[in-house]
Design a protein around this ligand. Structure first.
Ligand code: PHE
Ligand code: ZN
Length: 883
């Protein structure tokens, strides 16, 4: 029988016919047969009494249904439970049986390493009981968890602990959440953990017990996370005036989790990757991620839980806003320019790629088949950029005024992106009508600018044209409101004050038309123009920089993002030039300006180590693909390799000296007995030593001094007292295919094979190496005792790294990479299709690749499309790729 698949449309939204105001849930826990009794207070919201009550269900065994305590007629279909002619108000009791242990999809109630936990966003609750599983049904939850006494020392759910008693050998724990919430925020956890506790007093004087639950024996790895919760609570009060609203806040870390973490009301559940860190086993990045993910989930308490989404098309309402909030949190606590550059790299890499492919969608999508496919870089990260643009246009004060109005109007409600924008508009008095195009239109706008300087009038006249390429289902685009932050510099590198008609004007120029003219007066000479300062809009910019202008910006701009972007521009122009050379079989053009600029940065700029390391970053192949409509992968890879070669060889002395200097400082730290610390200063040294080591090693290898390179890397591995330096060495050994990789990998394996999260670094190092034997090594590692195809972290570390971060091997012209991933996708389709769909992204580029690769991917896709029981997650992506 052919499966009929249907997309849901945003515009088909209908108010619910029924709501459930209160639900009393009882869980009789059992690994393979948990009995769930749901007693719901149902209310009809429509006039029409003929409309049946329709409850969603998925993979449930129905045991019993009662209406006001009595038998009643009902209909069970594949995915619903329906009741005709029900009263206007009644109590519905539904008893179901579920199997948490065999729940490999990790949606609903499942077992992670012996512990019960839940994941209900977006549509997991219907795998627990029959329910109106839509975010616009807000109910008060009471939860009773029943298990044999002693079986699960911790039994948690949302809200306040009401009762904890033992009867006839059974423990019954009752929780009550006073805040009405959508079903996707329901959570339950039961198991044995180590418990960490902190006290917090809110600005309003409320005492909050903060608890963190981690695997037994891991308490010492939880202190950073629990302290981050307190920092997040404090920051949200200070910056947004938002106070925590219950007396208890719990975070639980589990090993099996599809995403990063989940903001269930007062019971956040985390992937342990974003909780467990300590000086010995975690990298600088791991530490930073813990702070930002803890912040993110905590901030959802207001932007997500107190005010939630009316329907899933509105996902960016909570995610874009909450990513913006967590970015601001990290920026206020750590280093703002670095945080900004990290965010920019996500947009210019994966987000621009998504916009250029078959899955392109607006931050508020119009059509969705499988909601899990829309937890995307577009909804999250571009969504955050859209909020940031509102912030840029309104300024902090009016933005906060808008937030206040938003909460005043919508606290306790399920609302739309439109409601958010309206609140911003009404609070600020600034018209955002046209701005709303950012919510409705997909694709990356391109702004192309040019300058005419009128020496007589001392005027700089800019013309900016915007255009947005067609995306699936949207061929014609209306112009966007683009806040373009600009600065003008004189030839002496000094900033020219922006003036118009004798008055100073803002650096942020708002472009609203397809063609825009922007004039500045009193400009004494032809200026050097900084465009899109601080990446003020998620757009591409084209501007014909004259000889030397990018260098001026690199050296003189006061905005760090402009300096960073100038170097990226310099690099990109050579990548494009040499990609074309490679395609035409012409010799490479010497990357003179990149070499000079690198030399300047390294020897004269006086930049701090961390920023220097970022500015010396060569964009990865995946991001470089975005520079081309048609991707000639081999030419891009060759061009990038050539750039790395030139920089390694021509600056060999500088790299060596820099590495030696940083290494000496490292040794000094060790000699003085100063331990690892996750401070900006120490992170900076490690970020830069990574860059220096890799260029130095590459240079040696190219000179034929492989043995020396190998020795330096194993030396680095040996002196390391922290995971970041250890991985700098491990990754250098695999990335440059050094002899020492064998011994380093072996040592790492023996030291860390018992710590799965740390061992993932081993998988990543092997899977990202750009060498012909990598695929064989990856295959072998699938047999490793640490690998587990049912654990999403393992899958992402080994297989996701191979498909997403090793474009050279994955896209090998033999097609082996595609064949391999196809096998994996077919396997995962039957167990965890959401994780499968997430790692197949690189195959969606097929239409921009060469004809041979496109053909091979098409064959793989055809094969997948024919498998029985193909999930919507995978089907939707392939189907779109074929259109
Ligand atoms: N809502 C979670 C977050 O961003 C993400 C999530 C989505 C987690 C779906 C699991 C499943 O904070
Ligand atoms: Zn979120």
């Amino acid at each position: 029988m052919a499966v009929i698949r249907q997309e849901k449309r945003r515009l088909d939204y209908k108010k619910p016919d029924f709501t459930i105001t209160d639900i009393d849930l009882t869980f009789e826990l059992d690994l393979t047969a948990t009995i769930v009794t749901a007693v719901s207070r149902v209310k009809r919201l429509t006039e029409d009494r003929k409309i049946p009550l329709v409850l969603n269900g998925d993979s449930l065994k129905l045991l019993d249904v009662k209406l006001d305590g009595a038998e009643c007629a009902f209909r069970e279909t594949e995915n619903t439970l329906e009741l005709d002619s029900v009263p206007d108000e009644f109590t519905l009791t539904v008893k179901t049986c579920i199997n948490p242990k065999d729940n490999s999809e990790l949606m609903g109630l499942y077992v992670s390493d012996g512990k019960f936990c839940t994941q209900n966003e977006p549509e997991g609750f219907r795998r627990i009981t029959f329910f109106t599983d839509h975010p616009d049904v807000l109910a008060r939850y009471t939860t009773h968890i029943i298990a044999p006494d002693g079986a699960y020392p911790f039994m948690l759910s949302n809200g306040n602990l009401i009762k904890d008693e033992v009867k006839d050998g059974k423990r019954v724990v009752t929780w009550e959440d006073p805040f009405p919430k959508p079903s996707y925020l329901f959570a339950l956890v039961a198991g044995d953990f180590d418990e960490l506790h902190r006290d917090f007093v809110t600005c309003g004087g409320r005492h909050v017990d903060v608890y963190l639950y981690v695997d037994k024996g891991q308490a010492s790895c939880g202190t950073v996370a629990i302290d981050s919760i307190l920092r997040a609570m404090e920051w949200d009060e200070k910056r947004f005036g938002l106070e925590y609203d219950l007396n208890r806040f719990n975070v639980v870390a589990v090993d099996f989790f599809n995403a990063g973490a989940m903001e269930n009301k007062s019971l956040n559940i985390f992937n342990s990757k974003y909780v467990l860190v300590d000086a010995e086993s975690a990298t600088d990045t791991d530490f930073e991620n813990v702070l930002s993910v803890i912040g993110h989930e905590y901030f959802h308490n207001w932007t997500g839980d107190r005010v939630t989404c009316r329907d899933w098309f509105q996902l960016s309402l909570k995610e874009g806003l909450t990513v913006f909030r967590d970015q601001e949190f990290s920026s206020d606590l750590c280093c703002r320019p670095i945080e900004r550059i990290k965010a920019v790299n996500i947009i210019k890499g994966p987000q621009f790629t998504e916009d250029a492919g078959p899955m392109a969608h607006p931050i508020r999508p119009d059509y969705v088949m499988e909601m899990n496919n829309f937890y995307s870089v577009t909804v999250y990260d571009k969504g955050a950029e859209v909020i940031r643009m509102i912030h840029t246009i309104l300024g902090e004060e009016l933005f906060q005024k808008g937030m206040k109005l938003y909460f005043k109007r919508h606290d306790g409600c399920a609302v739309t992106c439109e409601d958010f924008v309206s609140a911003m508009e009404d609070a600020s008095g600034i018209d955002l009508k046209q701005f709303r195009n950012w919510y409705s239109q997909a694709g990356t706008p391109c702004v192309s600018g040019s300058l005419r300087y009128d020496a007589e009038k001392k005027q700089a006249v800019y013309t900016f044209n915007q255009s947005t390429p067609a995306t699936p289902g949207q061929s014609v685009k209306q112009p966007f409101v683009i806040p373009l932050s600009m600065a003008l510099y004189g030839s002496d590198g000094r900033k020219i004050l922006l003036k118009r008609n004798g008055e100073p004007v803002s650096e942020v120029q708002i472009l609203t038309e397809e063609h825009n003219v922007v004039v500045f007066d009193d400009v004494p000479e032809r200026p050097v123009t900084a465009l899109l300062q601080n990446f003020s809009a998620p757009v591409k910019v084209e501007y014909p920089y004259a000889q030397g202008e990018l260098e001026t910006l690199l050296k003189c701009a006061d905005d760090p993002v402009t300096r960073y972007e100038s170097m990226q521009n310099i690099i990109n122009s050579y990548i494009v030039l040499n990609t074309v050379n490679a395609q035409r079989r012409l010799p490479f053009t010497h990357s003179e300006l990149v070499v000079q600029s690198f030399r300047y940065i390294l020897e004269e700029s006086g930049l701090d180590n961390r920023f220097m390391a970022y500015i010396l970053r060569i964009p990865p192949v995946n991001t470089l693909m975005g520079l081309f409509t048609a991707i000639d992968l081999d030419a891009i890879i060759a061009s990038r390799k050539e750039l790395v070669r030139v920089l390694s060889v021509e600056l060999a002395d500088i790299w060596e000296k820099l590495y030696q200097k940083l290494l000496a400082e490292f040794r000094q730290r060790l000699a003085e007995g100063r331990g690892y610390e996750c401070t900006e200063e120490q992170i900076g040294s490690r970020d830069l030593i990574r860059v220096a080591l890799n260029f130095h090693v590459r240079g040696l290898v190219l000179k034929g001094e492989e043995a020396k390179a190998s020795a330096i890397v194993s030396g680095h591995y040996r002196i390391s007292d922290n995971m970041t330096d250890t991985l700098i060495a491990l990754n250098a050994a695999t990335a440059h295919n050094l002899e020492s990789r064998h011994e380093i990998l072996k040592d790492f394996e023996s030291r860390w094979r018992d710590n799965a999260l740390v061992f993932d670094n081993y998988f990543r190092a092997v899977a990202s190496a750009p060498y012909p034997d990598t695929l064989d090594n990856v295959r072998k590692l699938m047999e490793h005792e640490c690998f587990d195809l049912t654990n999403p972290n393992r899958v992402r570390a080994l297989l996701g790294t191979f498909s997403q971060l090793n474009p050279e091997c994955f896209n090998d012209i033999s097609g082996r990479g595609y064949e391999f991933l196809t096998e994996i996708l077919i396997k995962l389709n039957g167990t965890n299709p959401h994780v499968a769909a997430a790692i197949m992204t690189p195959m969606l580029n097929l239409n921009r690749l060469d004809i041979k690769r496109k053909g091979m991917i098409t064959d793989c896709f055809n094969r997948i499309m024919r498998i029985p029981g193909l999930s919507d997650s995978i089907f939707e992506k392939i189907d779109k790729a074929f259109k």
